[in-house]
Write a protein that binds this ligand. Structure first.
Ligand code: SF4
Ligand code: SF4
Length: 348
């Protein structure tokens, strides 16, 4: 991959101009993707003074999106990160994450009572560590929406982290372990997730028929308007575009999310200037450089507030957790919001 990166770069600088971390932190703090993915392989390694900057990439994919050669810069950067971090001390947040994986198989030790998830049914639901550990209401909401769509969702007992966050920080040993733990649990049928990182990882690393819940519900025709509570108060919402959903799973997901939302009575989706911007929650930045992630989240919240939104909805648990760090505005997972607006008669 690095060889292809070297060959294809025409030195246009588009990736540098588009990078949100560089724009926020400045070129001295974060020199941009080209330096790591093109120049590092050329000189044969990471200069030690560049290592702190390497942990600041959120893997948002904006650089790849604008690159005229469509070079896989975030993936190449993650590979460079794995090489550079070998044998070095990890930031505290990431060391804790690896301890958790070694102890429980998951990156997060729940700080709230875990959601009750059936262990058998007819549709495999993969909860993901962040939702199960930090947003149990989003897991319960996803189960409720899937039930409202006629399924009996279940999670296989003993599921472990999908591996996405481990790959992003270059933790190759633990990554192989969780892949091995999950391999026999996924089966060959459809797997539904509520986390874009899980969707992408289950597809790419396990070859699973993984669907984000937005794609799954939309494919069934959405949630009929009559299933919602017609008396729910009117609300203006800002729909955040999670990078790993909108850019990696695909831009179709955001049209689908909008369709699902607009079926709910009283919901008005407002455009906001920073809609397409990364919130800072991905790529391990929230655990390695929380101050960078928090400032990115503050910018998003400011933009949504200025557009008149009362709440930000994110179809990604990582984004929800990071946007909440900024404070100053209600932030909710899209599944939680939709499930709360179901008709109370159907809202267990
Ligand atoms: S993936 Fe995003 S944060 Fe990382 S270098 Fe590319 S544009 Fe910058
Ligand atoms: S956008 Fe692509 S081609 Fe242009 S400088 Fe960056 S890596 Fe090179």
């Amino acid at each position: 991959m690095t060889a292809r990166t070297l060959d294809g770069c025409i030195k246009c600088g588009a990736c540098v101009r588009a990078c949100p971390v560089l724009a926020q932190e400045g070129r001295d703090a974060f020199p941009g993707p080209r330096r790591f993915t093109v120049e590092v392989p050329r000189i044969g390694g990471v200069i030690p003074s560049l290592r702190p900057a390497l942990s600041m990439c959120t893997t948002c994919g904006r650089c790849e999106e604008v690159c005229p050669s469509r070079l896989p810069l975030p993936r190449a950067l993650v590979q460079v990160r794995a090489i550079a971090s070998a044998g070095t001390d990890l930031p505290d947040g990431q060391a804790r994450m690896l301890d958790n994986v070694a102890g429980t198989g998951r990156t997060v030790v729940p700080d709230l009572p875990p959601p009750a998830i059936p262990s058998s049914g007819d549709l495999l639901f993969f909860p993901g560590c962040i939702a199960a550990g930090r947003l149990p209401e989003a897991v319960s909401a996803a189960l409720r929406l899937l039930e409202a769509a006629g399924s009996r969702p279940f999670a296989p007992p003993g599921w472990a982290c999908c591996g996405s966050p481990l790959e992003k920080i270059g933790a190759t040993g633990p990554l192989e372990e969780v892949h091995a733990r999950n391999a026999g649990l996924l089966g060959t049928g459809r797997v539904v997730t509520a986390c874009p990182g899980c969707t992408v990882e289950l597809r790419s690393a396990y070859g699973a028929d993984a669907w984000h819940i937005i794609e799954h519900l939309h494919g069934l025709g959405g949630i009929p308007r009559e299933r919602f509570d017609g008396t729910a108060p009117e609300v203006k919402v800002a729909l955040h575009r999670p990078c790993h959903l909108a850019r990696v799973v695909g831009p179709h997901t955001m049209d689908m999310a909008r369709d699902l939302l607009e079926a709910a009575p009283g919901v008005q989706v407002v455009e906001h200037e920073g809609e397409n911007d990364c919130c800072g929650g991905g790529g391990g930045v929230a655990s390695s450089r929380p101050e960078v992630a928090e400032e990115m989240a503050r910018r998003k919240v400011r933009s949504a507030r200025e557009a008149g939104a009362e709440i930000i909805l994110a179809p990604c648990p990582f984004c929800v957790v990071n946007l909440r760090r900024a404070g100053g505005m209600e932030v909710e997972d899209l599944t939680t919001f939709l499930a709360r607006r179901l008709d109370p008669g159907q809202n267990k």
